[in-house]
Design a protein around this ligand. Structure first.
Ligand code: ADP
Ligand code: MG
Length: 388
């Protein structure tokens, strides 16, 4: 069977490369699942891992699971990623048993292998894991209502709240220097210097914008370095489709996609939520008049996040929430533009200048945030005062 990612690659017209046909049935045998396996169905969702739904049956009782092949091109050390996930899921599970036992069984749980480990490495070197299936829940791909934005923000705040007291040692850094903006800027500079694809000439205004705004890159890391902003545990992929909502009530059930959970700044999670959730335009929209940070939507995100996080965030963190939204968007601009100049190595492209288009939306979004930064800070102050 081809994996969903292989299929997506073939649909995108890019060469398939080496197709590994996985023997899913024998992979599943390594896990402690209950009953007889009746179906393995690829789930064509998500962009990183290959995800399948397993259905099992025991005495007419049907149980479903999620089987995932971890993308080890992105995550270089899957065993350490799994160690992080075990610590995080077990901690949330034990807190939920105490504070909300009804919802405890609806939290993400890693299903172990028959050898008592948390993943299986197959003969091709692929890493596999199994989770419980969160039943009667949905994950939406886009934020199309204020209620959904509120709930997503509340759940990412909740996730951080749940992990505030995770005992040490520090979690493994699943992607090194993930939000090291100064380092990403340096990479951009060296790629620009080489300009191997001779593309810099097409991106003059974007390149100038990066240099003009470079001083913002190290503001948050400097504050963290001085101990003024604490390093916490962050999700690092705070897109709405990583929150499962109850299908009947639309209330948040749990947060999924924990591969990028690692030590980081809480406000980065908030910032990326604003970057991805407050504009109604697609990340690669060519009509830039559609790209803007929507202030009423921003207010909804702040309200949801503040409800869960106001008691543990420090005043310095609160003061830098809007700044973090700007910085994370700027960082994404650096990443898209670097990839464009380097020849589209990291982000898949589906048309000419795709990464340049993506850079332009991010630049427009940074500008929109800059224009509204004062108003954003007023919203933050007002809402946190109401919640505190
Ligand atoms: N435990 C689960 N129960 C139900 N659905 C899930 C579960 N885990 C993932 N999914 C579904 O699969 C999709 C992709 O999974 P995710 O872990 O987010 O992978 P990716 O890293 O590829 O985005 C999710 O958006 C969700 O729809
Ligand atoms: Mg996901």
């Amino acid at each position: 069977m081809y994996s969903p990612a292989d299929r997506a690659r073939s649909l995108s017209g890019k060469p398939l490369g080496t197709i590994v046909k996985h023997d899913h049935k024998s992979i599943v045998k390594h896990f402690c699942i209950c009953g007889e396996l009746t179906e393995i169905r690829p789930l064509l969702r998500g962009h990183i891992n290959d995800t399948y739904v397993l259905t099992t049956k025991k005495n007419k009782h049907i149980v479903r699971y999620i089987l995932q092949r971890i993308n080890h091109t992105v995550f270089k050390d899957p065993p350490s990623v799994m160690k992080n996930i075990i610590r995080v899921t077990e901690h949330i599970q034990s807190r939920m048993q105490r504070i909300d036992p009804d919802q405890a069984s609806r939290q993400l749980t890693v299903i172990g292998t028959v050898d008592n480990t948390c993943f299986h490495k197959d003969a091709d070197g692929s890493f596999w894991r199994v989770y419980n299936f969160i039943e009667d829940a949905v994950a939406y791909d886009t934020v199309d209502s204020a209620d959904l934005a509120y709930e997503a923000a509340r759940m990412f705040g909740w996730f951080q709240k749940m992990l505030v007291d995770l005992p040490g040692p520090a979690l493994h850094e699943s992607i090194c220097d993930f939000h090291n903006t100064p380092k990403r800027f340096k990479t951009f500079q060296s790629v620009l210097k080489e300009d191997t694809c001779n593309r810099a000439k097409n991106a003059k205004p974007e390149i100038k914008y990066l240099f003009d705004n470079a001083p913002i890159c190290d503001v948050l890391l400097n504050l963290a370095g001085k101990g003024k902003i604490p390093v916490r545990i962050t999700h690092n992929d705070t897109k709405v489709n990583n929150v499962m909502l109850d299908k009947n009530t639309n209330k948040g059930v749990c947060v999924i996609d924990l591969d990028t959970v690692m030590p980081g700044l809480s406000i980065y999670d908030f910032g990326d939520m604003i970057r991805t959730g407050t504009t109604f335009a697609a990340e690669d929209e060519r009509d830039l008049s559609k790209v803007a940070m929507n202030l009423p939507m921003f207010e909804v995100f702040v309200r949801g996040f503040a409800e869960q996080s106001s008691h543990f965030l420090t005043s310095t963190e609160k003061e830098h929430l809007a700044f973090a939204a700007k910085l994370i968007t700027f960082e994404q601009l650096i990443r898209f533009l670097t990839d464009y100049l380097a020849g589209d190595i990291y982000y898949k492209v589906h048309r000419e200048d795709h990464n340049l288009d993506r850079s332009r939306t991010q630049m427009k979004l940074v500008r929109s945030i800059v224009a509204q930064e004062e108003a954003m800070n007023e919203v933050i102050e007002r809402i946190f005062q109401q919640v505190d």
